[in-house]
Design a protein around this ligand. Structure first.
Ligand code: NIG
Ligand code: FE
Length: 390
C-alpha cells in the first residue's frame, strides 16, 4: 500500500460542514490530505499530518474534491456550429435540433464515437472533473441506443438510458409506438448497460403521461429515474420526478411554487445547467429561490453539441455565481457534493476518510477564485482514484 500526503494547502475544501455551520464546504486552512491507494485516509492541519511514503507540496494553493458532472450527453458525432451561429443571430432554440445529431451519430462507427467521447472526457478531466454521468439519446433505435450505452459504460459507472430524448424520426406520426419501443424492446437491450433512466419531459418531446410510463417501466427493470424537467417551459416534469423518487430533476428553469415546494419536501436534487441557458440565451434558473426554500442544488455542464457545448464545470460555477444568485461557496458545493447527491453517491464529492481520492488542485489560494477569475484555466492538478492524472 502506498501513501501520499499533499501538504501546504492554503484552503482545503472537504465538504464536511464546519462545526460552527458557517460554511457547507468545511474548509481547513494550512491543510494537508493523505491518500492511501484510491482513498482519502486523513485530512487536517498540515502540521499534524502523519508520515507517508510520498509528499506533494501544494505550494499554498487550494485543493477541493474533483467535480462531479452529473449531467452530460457525450456519445454523439458531428457538431451543430451552424445551429449555434444561427441562434446567436436571432433564432430560438427548439428541441428539434437533437435530430441533426441523431443522424450524425447513427452514421458514425463505434471507433469514431468512442474517440469523440474520450476527447471530451480528457477535456473535462483537465478542468477538474473526476466523475461524470453520461446519456444515450442520439441513437433512438434499439441498436444505436444500446451501442451508445455500451461505449459509455467503458468509461463511467454513471450511464443513463435516454431513449426518450425525442421521438425518433421514424415514429414522427406514431409517438405512442415509439413509447412502446422505448419501454419494450429498447429497454430490454439497454437496461443491462445502464444505471439510470431519463426522459426529456417537455413540449415537443414527451408529456407527463408518456414520461411516467417510461420511467415506471425503467424502474421495473432496475433503472433509477432522473428527468429533464421544466427546461423550456412550465410542465409536470419536476413534480413527476419527485413523485417517482428520481435522484435528480435537471434544468428546473421554469418552476411554479408547487414545483419548488415538491423539491423542498422530496428527495430529488435540482440539477441546474447554466451552460444551456448561456448557449441558448435563455432565462437563468433561479438558484437562490431553490436554496432559500431548502432544496438541494447540483450544478453540471449538460455538455452536448446542441444546447451546451461546454465540458467546463468552472465555467458553470462562474455563471451560477454571476447570474443565478449563488454564493461562491454554494456553487462549489453544488458542483462537488451536489453532483454526488444527484447521483446518490457518498464516496465522491467530499474529502474525508473513506471517500475516493478524487481531488483538484487549483492555481489559486482558494476555491472562490473559480468564480472570481472566470475563464482562467486554474486547474493545476487532478488526482482520480489516488492517481495523479493532470
Ligand atoms: O439537456 N434537453 C434535452 N437535451 C439536451 C439538448 C440536447 C441537444 O440539443 O442536442 C439538453 O439541453
Ligand atoms: Fe441534458
Amino acid at each position: 500500500m502506498s501513501s501520499t500526503v499533499i501538504s501546504n494547502i492554503a484552503t482545503l475544501v472537504t465538504n464536511d460542514p464546519s462545526p460552527d455551520g458557517s460554511s457547507p464546504l468545511g474548509p481547513v486552512r494550512d491543510a494537508a490530505v493523505v491518500i492511501e491507494d484510491d482513498r482519502v485516509v486523513w485530512t487536517g492541519e498540515s502540521s499534524k499530518a502523519p508520515a507517508t511514503d510520498n509528499r506533494v507540496d501544494a505550494g499554498g494553493r487550494a485543493v477541493l474534491p474533483g467535480f462531479v458532472d452529473s449531467h452530460s450527453h457525450l456519445v454523439f458525432a458531428g457538431d451543430r456550429t451552424e445551429e449555434f451561429n444561427a441562434r446567436m443571430s436571432g433564432r430560438a432554440y427548439s428541441a428539434g435540433g437533437i435530430r441533426t445529431t441523431v443522424a450524425a451519430t447513427r452514421a458514425a462507427d463505434d471507433a469514431d464515437l468512442e474517440a469523440n467521447l474520450v476527447r471530451l472526457l480528457d477535456e473535462a478531466l483537465r478542468q477538474g472533473t473526476t466523475t461524470f454521468e453520461t446519456k444515450s439519446g442520439y441513437g433512438l433505435t434499439v441498436e444505436d441506443e444500446a451501442r451508445a450505452l455500451r461505449l459509455a459504460a467503458r468509461h463511467t459507472d454513471e450511464v443513463t438510458y435516454l431513449g426518450a430524448h425525442v421521438v425518433a424520426p421514424e415514429y414522427a406520426e406514431d409517438p405512442a409506438g415509439y413509447v412502446a419501443l422505448v419501454t419494450g424492446e429498447m429497454l430490454d437491450a439497454c437496461a443491462p448497460h445502464a444505471r439510470w433512466i431519463d426522459v426529456f419531459c417537455e413540449k415537443g418531446a414527451f408529456d407527463g403521461d408518456q414520461a411516467r410510463a417510461i420511467l415506471t417501466a425503467g424502474k421495473a427493470r432496475g433503472l433509477h429515474p432522473r428527468v429533464h424537467a421544466n427546461q423550456l417551459s412550465y410542465g409536470p416534469g419536476v413534480r413527476l420526478a419527485v413523485e417517482l423518487d428520481a435522484a435528480s430533476a435537471d434544468h428546473c428553469t421554469h418552476l411554479t411554487e408547487a414545483d419548488v415546494d415538491a423539491l423542498a419536501d422530496g428527495n430529488t436534487v435540482a440539477t441546474l445547467l447554466p451552460g444551456a441557458e448561456f448557449s441558448t440565451r435563455a432565462e437563468w434558473p433561479d438558484a437562490r429561490r431553490l436554496l432559500d426554500a431548502g432544496v438541494t442544488v447540483a450544478l453540471s455542464t449538460d455538455c452536448n453539441p446542441g444546447s451546451s457545448f461546454t465540458s467546463s464545470v468552472p465555467f458553470c460555477i462562474a455563471l451560477a455565481v454571476r447570474e443565478m444568485g449563488m454564493t461562491p461557496d454554494e456553487a462549489v458545493w453544488a458542483a462537488t457534493a451536489g453532483g454526488a447527491a444527484a447521483l446518490r453517491r457518498d464516496d465522491i464529492g467530499r474529502l474525508a476518510p473513506g471517500a475516493y481520492a478524487d481531488l483538484t488542485l487549483l492555481d489559486a489560494p482558494s476555491h472562490v477564485h473559480l468564480a472570481y477569475r472566470p475563464g482562467v484555466p486554474l486547474v493545476a492538478g487532478v488526482w482520480r482514484r489516488g492517481v495523479r492524472r493532470v
